[in-house]
Write a protein that binds this ligand. Structure first.
Ligand code: 2DT
Length: 210
């Protein structure tokens, strides 16, 4: 039987260059002839995603738990498609995933355990790359944007929760990269982490936090 595709998640703080790194990784995989599909969470194009988008732009208000569950439901509505692609041998790259869900809602004051519950059993990434940047470095890069959560205090708290999450995974599954460096250097590290997965995996896909 042929290998399944690898499931790669890229998480990162605001101003970490995550969008650029995801695009660079996608281009590199394509140039190597590896079938790849990119997902971005939240996916703002679905019915649930439209509600999330409105909330993030502060055009609507929602209870903290309600928005948390919408973010999670947005992953669940695409989980089947992700599994299918992986089974077909396509590498799946996710720009943000369940870890953002837990990090942002916990940073708002909800309990970590409560935040994690709806994410349990989602397809588990084979490796998660966390693009870490200090608030000071982010400030140097021009500060944060206008959406909800794009505030220094929030980003500090989010960073702390990401660190807490990282302790639950062994270092083969969770890699923290210093994203305060030149983008070429970060991209080289990203590729070094992803390259071993490019021939796919024979092992079954795992479930998150099961
Ligand atoms: P982008 O700026 O990457 O579009 O993210 N978020 C994201 C959550 O609070 N929960 C989640 O489950 C996810 C995926 C992080 C938009 C913002 O949404 C936050 C930043």
């Amino acid at each position: 039987m042929s290998n399944r595709g690898a499931f790669i998640a890229i998480e990162g703080l605001d101003r970490s260059g995550k969008t650029t790194q995801v695009a660079t990784l996608q281009a590199r995989l394509e140039s190597e002839g590896i079938p790849v599909k990119l997902f971005k969470f939240p996916d703002r194009t679905t019915a649930i995603g439209i509600m999330i988008d409105s909330y993030l732009r502060s055009q609507s208000e929602l209870d903290d738990r309600a928005i948390h569950l919408l973010f999670s439901a947005n992953r669940w509505e695409l989980a089947g498609a992700i599994e299918q692609l992986l089974a077909e041998g396509t590498t799946v790259v996710c720009d943000r995933y369940a870890f953002s869900g837990v990090a942002f809602s916990t940073a708002k004051g909800l309990s970590f355990e409560w935040c994690r519950s709806p994410e349990v059993s989602l397809p588990a990434p084979d490796v998660t790359l966390f693009l870490d940047i200090s608030p000071e470095k982010a400030r140097e890069r021009g500060g944060y944007g206008d959406e909800r959560y794009e505030k220094e205090e929030m980003q500090r708290k989010v960073r702390d929760v990401f660190r807490q999450i990282s302790t639950e995974f062994d270092e083969a599954r969770w890699v923290t990269l210093d994203a305060g460096r030149r983008r070429e250097d970060v991209a080289a590290d990203v590729w070094n982490c992803v390259q071993p997965f490019t021939s796919g995996l024979a092992s079954p896909l795992q479930r998150l936090w099961n």
